[in-house]
Design a protein around this ligand. Structure first.
Ligand SMILES: [Zn+2]
Length: 442
């Protein structure tokens, strides 16, 4: 029996708290606000003119030294990982994190304050389905500092198995846990930031961590552990490493279904994995094709196509337009390649392979249909002018179905347009290119 799909969540009402900022030592207040479905997590700088917002997304990552910083233009938000960790692990997909400084309050160096504010705000279900990244094949990231992250397929949710090791392998700790709100709140969120004395000494001298104290971090000096409050868990350090991983991987913008094996993780390695996941995700989106080809509304059938395109047998290279996107700047066409195609007779006898130039022609025809739909006129016709960055990656054979993707990337005045196109067969890109068109009156 198929269970109901998981839905997105936001917080039920606004809630906030104030505290000290780690780097400047100044007072900062943070407020969480509800946000609509598909909004994701955004930070809002209330202290800046026009109160700019920024997506908590990996493409906005700016720095990974000591803490994770995102930014856009000259605007920065520092130390985003603890609040993102709490939002993600507690099940909040959409929210605005409003602050009146360039970083959230550090609290006690753990994610406890954020869990508290999320629980005060409450969590509310939305209608849209949750977005997931399912790990299908092992992924792997390694850094020069010895960090290693391996992401494996795992169907039962998100699991992290983490090994942390300090200098000379002191304080080596291991923990393996599923990621779920109750577990996070009890086992992970209370774990505090820890630092090695030799790392923070120069920062203290330069006065770069004005808000840092034994109240918001555990300091390790040699074999000694210094903190105002005793360790909350014997293995508090590995728990905080897991907390940081969850915060950094939240920058992917969707939920991970997989098992992460993390050895000596750090912000740089976590960010690199987040980037790899985002890249794999956009590659999959480029390949996504409908499993059922819809008919009728939303696309064009072959009758409608020949009313627009002047091409005829044997040169009509598109059977149907499956869909246009809402903005009308993207569409997907379909071409079924049969052994009866005339070009197979000569290309090549006894070894039928679809000529690459015919695939470029198919892309050009689909792009023309897209431009026609945008211009909404049949009095002008788009002429194919040039093709850049054309690549043929795999042979197309009789029996293949080609999904031809076209996206309008540039329109200059009334006369010129550029479209990025690629052809997909069996979930693989077989050819691609950027095509330029000019419009002429018929
Ligand atoms: Zn941390």
């Amino acid at each position: 029996m198929a269970s109901a799909p998981e839905v997105q969540h936001t917080i039920a009402k606004s809630a906030g708290f104030s505290g000290t900022s780690l780097h400047t030592g100044e007072k900062v207040s943070l407020k969480l606000h509800p946000a609509p479905a598909d909004h994701g997590i955004k930070f809002k700088r209330k202290d800046l003119p026009d109160e700019p917002t920024i997506d908590a997304k990996i493409e906005n990552l700016k720095m990974v030294e000591r803490a994770t910083t995102i930014g856009e233009g000259s605007m920065r938000v520092h130390t985003v990982e603890h609040v993102l960790s709490a939002l993600s692990a507690m099940g909040v997909d959409n929210a605005i994190v409003e602050m009146d400084a360039n970083e959230p309050p550090i609290g006690d160096g753990s994610a406890r304050a954020y869990v508290d504010v999320i629980k005060r705000a409450g969590i509310s279900a939305q209608e849209a389905p949750r977005k997931f990244f399912h790990v299908r094949e092992p992924m792997h990231v390694e850094t020069k500092t010895g960090a290693m992250l391996i992401l494996l397929p795992y169907d039962n949710g998100f699991r992290i198995s983490c090994t942390q090791a300090g200098p000379n392998n002191r304080f080596t700790q291991f923990m393996s846990t599923d990621v779920a709100p109750e577990i996070f709140e009890r086992e992970i969120a209370p774990a505090r930031t820890f630092v090695y004395y030799e790392d923070v000494e120069p920062l203290m001298e330069k006065n770069l961590i004005k808000g840092g104290s034994l109240e918001n971090a555990v300091i390790v000096r040699g074999d000694a552990v210094l903190s105002k409050e005793p360790l909350r868990f014997p293995d508090e350090f590995v728990r905080h490493k897991i907390l940081d991983i969850l915060g950094d991987l939240a920058l992917v913008g969707c939920r991970i279904r997989g098992h992460l094996i993390a050895v000596k993780p750090g912000h740089a390695a976590n960010a690199e994995l987040a980037r790899a996941i985002a890249k794999e995700q956009s590659r999959r989106e480029a390949l996504a094709v409908p499993r059922v080809v819809p008919k009728g509304d939303g696309g064009l059938d072959s009758d409608e196509i020949i009313q627009i395109l002047p091409h005829r047998y044997p040169f009509l290279m598109v059977d149907r337009i499956i869909s246009f996107d809402e903005a009308g700047t993207k569409c997907i066409g379909l071409k079924s390649v049969t052994i009866n195609e005339p070009f197979f007779q000569g290309h090549f006898p006894g070894h039928p392979v679809m000529p690459g130039v015919m695939q470029v022609e198919a892309m050009a025809q689909v792009a023309s249909l897209l431009l026609f739909k945008l211009a909404k006129t049949s009095s002008r016709i788009g002429y194919f002018m040039s093709a850049d960055d054309v690549k043929f990656r795999k042979p197309v054979l009789p029996g293949d179905t080609i999904f031809i993707h076209a996206e309008l990337t540039k329109a200059r005045g009334e006369r010129l347009a550029k479209a990025k196109c690629h052809c997909v067969v069996n979930d693989a890109i077989v050819s691609e290119g950027e095509l330029m068109f000019t419009f002429l009156d018929k």
